[in-house]
Design a binder for this molecule. Structure first.
Ligand SMILES: Cc1cc2nc3c(=O)[nH]c(=O)nc-3n(C[C@H](O)[C@H](O)[C@H](O)COP(=O)(O)OP(=O)(O)OC[C@H]3O[C@@H](n4cnc5c(N)ncnc54)[C@H](O)[C@@H]3O)c2cc1C
Length: 427
């Protein structure tokens, strides 16, 4: 089974990077070179402080180099639900945080002129897989209109969704305008290129293994070096199991494998009918399926294999799922298949906080962190500067290790099976 991503096959070269050898000093040492770590480094450098990044693998090796590139302000939990559980102010705060996240990504791309990220803000369609889900989308659209006075998301009919996507299987949808698609690996490499160009040290193949405290500073140790800093940022998200150092973060998460396939180039007569308006689309199933057109291919994502490794059967499932949504693609060959771990949390929200006086983190994007992790990096930069940051429900209060975390693997299978069953019976 060949597992290679479309992004890796089409990305601009990464900047030349090396491992950490010897000892270094800086203001903030960042563990993990995905969007969270890269964005934190950018904003720390902008404030005149010196960041250093250590990455266990290669640049953007984690979710940031493998995701679907869907840029969206939404969370997994709908705003009406958030309001009924936590009140109006909290729901509104999250609504604005989601949009601020998208803005911070757009600003990053524009400021650093990352043109090869191919950012296209054509909008996002949440497509209802049944009438029950359609009612949920209507509630969200009404909430946004009533509570924000804006029309950032509007309902579209089943016919409009068919015209916008090229498939007739959906009951209608919610079109969000401040959303779109990006080449995720070029985005990460673009930020890294800028950082390296301004002299920021970014070390790859340098896993942070332990920390120690010396003379009022925190020291992060890798196999061949150490970085001493005033603060440390953990930006390890769904890959927090790489070393024991981040075990306490790993235990707050339920990593879940998400897979993507990309077709071979499609003939114009097929391509012209798929997503002609350039939107990106995700459905309302609990086991979300999503798709977008990239160049002359369709890319289609959904649940991957359970466990630590890819499996051909999970990619085959995804292919069958794509053929249900787009029967015209049934016999189209798949050129690329790949997967990665999304970091789920029990409340379906990301969180940023402090582990101790010198240690900060932001993790748990629940498969929706392309924009949010960029924004969280900015918040982490401010937090390490001693600024008060209003994170509301996204703060780390109450975000604790999950009891019996070691038994999560069978738990994930059970939960996924239950969610799939609910999808099948239409609830
Ligand atoms: C298949 C897939 C599809 C997705 N699609 C979308 C999408 O379309 N839209 C969207 O908004 N979100 C999507 N996501 C989620 C999104 O990609 C993530 O939320 C985001 O990339 C998180 O960035 P991050 O920097 O926090 O983590 P990551 O990019 O995962 O980076 C964490 C890094 O930490 C490093 N690391 C771990 N431990 C150590 C250590 N001890 N020392 C040094 N380094 C360490 C890892 O090697 C890794 O590179 C998707 C995720 C996946 C897996």
């Amino acid at each position: 089974m060949t597992v290679q991503s479309l992004w890796a096959a089409t990305a601009q070269p990464a900047p030349a990077l090396q491992s950490l050898y010897g000892e270094r000093q800086c203001d903030v040492v960042i563990i993990g070179a995905g969007y969270t770590g890269l964005s934190a480094a950018y904003h720390i450098a902008q404030s005149g402080r010196e960041p250093v990044i250590v990455e266990a693998n290669t640049l953007a090796w984690g979710a940031s180099g493998r995701n679907g590139g869907v840029v969206s302000p939404k969370f997994r939990v709908g705003f009406p639900t958030l309001m009924s559980r936590f009140g109006r102010d909290t729901a509104l705060h999250l609504y604005h945080a989601g949009h601020a996240a998208v803005n911070s990504l757009v600003e990053m791309v524009q400021t650093l002129r990352i043109t090869d990220a191919n950012l296209h803000m054509g909008g996002h369609i949440a497509a209802a897989h049944n009438v029950h889900a359609l009612a949920g989308l209507e509630a969200t659209a009404n909430w946004i209109k009533r509570e924000t006075g804006g029309a950032s998301s509007v309902m579209v009919s089943a016919g409009q969704v068919r015209e916008m996507t090229g498939t007739a299987i959906f009951s209608g949808g919610l079109l969000t305008s401040g959303a779109g698609g990006i080449h995720p690996l070029n985005y990460a490499r673009g930020i890294a290129r800028h950082l390296v160009g301004r002299g920021v040290k970014l070390f790859t193949e340098s896993p942070a293994q332990r920390v120690s405290h010396q003379n009022g500073r925190i020291v992060v140790h890798t196999p061949t070096g150490a970085v001493s800093a005033r603060h440390v940022i953990y930006a390890t998200n769904g890959y927090s199991d790489q070393t024991r150092l981040t075990q306490t973060l790993h235990q707050r998460l339920i990593p879940f494998r998400s897979a993507i396939i990309a077709t071979e180039p499609l003939p114009p007569q097929v391509l012209d009918r798929l997503m002609p308006g350039g939107q990106v689309c995700g459905d309302t199933k609990r086991m979300l399926r999503w798709f977008r057109v990239v160049g002359n291919r369709l890319i289609f994502g959904g649940r991957g294999a359970f466990g630590k490794h890819d499996s051909q059967s999970a990619f085959d499932d995804l292919r069958r799922s794509m053929a249900v949504v787009f029967p015209v693609l049934e016999d189209v060959p798949i050129a690329y298949s790949w997967s990665g771990l999304v970091a789920m949390t029990l409340d379906y929200l990301p969180h940023a906080g402090q582990l101790d006086e010198r240690s900060y983190y932001a993790i748990g994007y629940n498969g929706g962190g392309v924009a949010m992790s960029t924004w969280m990096g900015k918040q982490l930069a401010a937090m390490t500067a001693g600024e008060k940051v209003q994170l509301g429900l996204l703060a780390g209060d109450g975000f604790n290790p999950i009891p019996l975390h070691a038994f999560r693997a069978p738990g994930v299978r059970l939960a996924a099976g239950w969610q799939q069953f609910l999808d099948v019976i239409g609830r």
